[in-house]
Design a protein. Sequence first.
Length: 324
Amino acid sequence: MRQFRPPMVRMQHLDRLLRNSRYPNCSAVARYFDVSPRSIRSDIRYMKDMLGAPIVYDSRRRGFAYEGAWQFLPEVLLDPMEAEALMATKKVISGYHGTPCHDEVSRALDKVLQYLPGACADRSESDIHSFGRFSDPLVSIACFTSIEDSLRQQTKMRIIYDDSSRSGAATQSTIHPYRLHFSQVLTSWYLVAWCELSQEVRTFAVSRISEAVPLDEVFSLQEGFPLGRYLSGAFEDVREPQLVKVSLRFSPHHSQWIRERKWHSSQELEDHEDGSLTLSMEIPSLEAVMRWVMRYGGEAEVVAPEELRNRVKEEIVRMGMLYL
């Protein structure tokens, strides 16, 4: 018995036989795939009516043939640019090797890419893209799978979480999982969820969840909660309850690179006559923006708020003491 093949694979097989003037008929192809002749007749009808294949029946040869030149792929189902885009996507996802979703997405892409003829799949144009490879996050696959199950079924979870940044120890709490989010900035997975213990929406680092147990109790998403805005409003994928307006002035030399990117959805840019630039944002974490601005050393100055200026000053003094 032949292993089951989807209609697209059967149509590919038909196309090969037709192009090679093998005059296939429904009964023979049906036996090859161990399906009914009616399934093959449906495949041929689809190729003719939906894809425009010039298929005719040759009564003398008792089989089907192409009446004229025609190509099954990629022009019919995928144009060349779409085929190239899929191959570029394959390169993008390879950068996430080691993340929990990589294998599933990669397999899905392979199933689509297998339908591309070899001539297209090997096109040199696919080499015009290059993508950085991300580090592998330390995520428990068992925890990740449990979280996915709860998200799909919309059930609560009991987790044990390394909450050293807040309580200094591991905590156990019941959460309502809202969304799994992969941070390209921090190259790790995060879980946005309502926490019954703290009575707020929190972002949990999945790598710090040591145990995740789905519960039977179903929950509803907090009414009116703007999940999209919550995710886009974070800075460096860090979010705290209070928003703070910050202003940062960059040197003329570094301003050119600051202009090239969208650093936050709330950002405003102000150019100065000397070529410097002030970047203003309303962000949810002074700690995150302090770490970010210090990467630029003397090329960046915190203008406001005063609390952030003082934090940077204190950190500079502490750093200086290390090198005395």
